[in-house]
Design a protein around this ligand. Structure first.
Ligand SMILES: O=CC(=O)O
Length: 343
């Protein structure tokens, strides 16, 4: 490596549309993990030495060990994710290392998938897709609760654990399904704000947007969406007590982090019919999830392999933003989405 070039380490090849932004930059020496799999820790620690920038995925832990291995030239870590539980922000801050992430670009894709999972959970998708070749049609086979409101059951309430950008985009999609009530749990450190709730209700043209306690949300919601960040504060926030209070016709959707839902409790709830169904994009223990995982075996439970943002448009947007964050940090310029400054 020539001394005048800045070294950047990239933990996944981001493909022909995005990699040239790095590879064609004459001021950079680019080191890329050469396999289509999660980057090996040993390789990362060895190659990080002397790097000015590191581009990571959710699978790479950004901790003291990695920052020490990189050393004092490190200026920026850029993650291709909106979540950042894998990064030790205190350790980054102490060293003055900037951190980029990918908010906003994935909001619509994850909101789309959240609604899709709510529909799939109520319509027995797991059982129906496994029905052939022994399926015999009958009038009430596979019937489940309807997500949209009906003349005989007009009221629909959505409950959101976490009410950030993705949750609000999800609610906007549910309004045409007849959801006139929106309940959400807020950050315990901030006070409820009825005026802000009334403004949101007016924005969506619905009867109610209201911050509530977890118990009321469990009792009143027809569809519960888990959309809060992971970490110790939200660990198993959906537990047996929560699930026992849900309506028997309700569905639960988790598109945030597997750790928010107690998998054993949810499996038991589905086996015993405390709620109707579940749509899960993130599970505890991923990506090492075997067929013996309690949620894979649970009835009326659709489990996807963490594909919330997996559309062509969104993943390309995320990859481009991640690289632009890296470039901004490495060259001491503005980063389009720097944690702490971008929102
Ligand atoms: O889970 C996905 C992300 O954090 O981007």
């Amino acid at each position: 490596m020539s001394d005048s070039k800045l070294k950047v380490v990239v933990c996944r090849d981001l493909g022909p549309d995005v990699m040239p932004l790095l590879l064609n930059n004459p001021r950079l020496d680019v080191v890329v993990w050469p396999h289509n799999s999660a980057c090996e820790r040993k390789w990362l620690l060895e190659n990080a030495r002397g790097a000015s920038g590191i581009l990571v995925m959710l699978s790479e832990k950004v901790d003291e060990e990695l920052l020490n291995a990189a050393g004092p030239k490190l200026r920026v870590v850029s993650t291709m994710s909106v979540g950042y539980e894998h990064a030790d922000l205190k350790a980054l801050l102490t060293r003055g290392v900037r951190f980029g992430y990918t908010p906003d670009v994935l909001t619509d894709a994850v909101a789309d998938l959240s609604v899709m999972l709510a529909l799939m959970a109520g319509r027995n998708t797991k059982e129906t897709t496994e029905a052939w070749p022994n399926f015999v049609w009958s009038p009430f086979a596979f019937c489940g609760p309807q997500l949209s409101s009906t003349p005989t059951s007009p009221k629909r309430t959505a409950g959101f654990i976490g009410f950030g950008r993705i949750a609000q985009a999800t609610f906007a999609r549910l309004v045409p399904f007849g959801f006139q009530h929106c309940l959400y749990t807020g950050n315990a450190k901030t006070a409820p704000d009825p005026a802000a709730d009334a403004a949101l209700a007016a924005k969506y043209g619905v009867k109610e947007v209201r911050r509530v306690e977890l118990d009321e949300l469990a009792r009143e919601s027809d569809a519960v969406f888990v959309l809060a960040p992971g970490g110790p504060a939200t660990y198993h926030i959906v537990d047996e007590q929560f699930l026992r209070q849900m309506k028997k016709t309700a569905v639960l959707v988790n598109t945030s982090r597997g750790t928010l839902v107690d998998s054993d409790a949810l499996a038991k709830a589905l086996h015993e019919g405390w709620l109707y169904g579940a749509g899960i994009d993130v599970v505890e223990g991923e990506p090492q999830v075997g067929l013996d995982h309690p949620l894979i075996k649970a009835p009326r439970c659709v489990v996807l392999p963490h594909i919330g943002s997996a559309t062509n448009e969104t993943r390309l947007g995320m990859a481009t933003l991640t690289v632009n964050n890296l470039l901004g940090g490495v060259f001491g310029e503005e980063m389009p989405a720097e944690l702490g400054t971008s929102r």
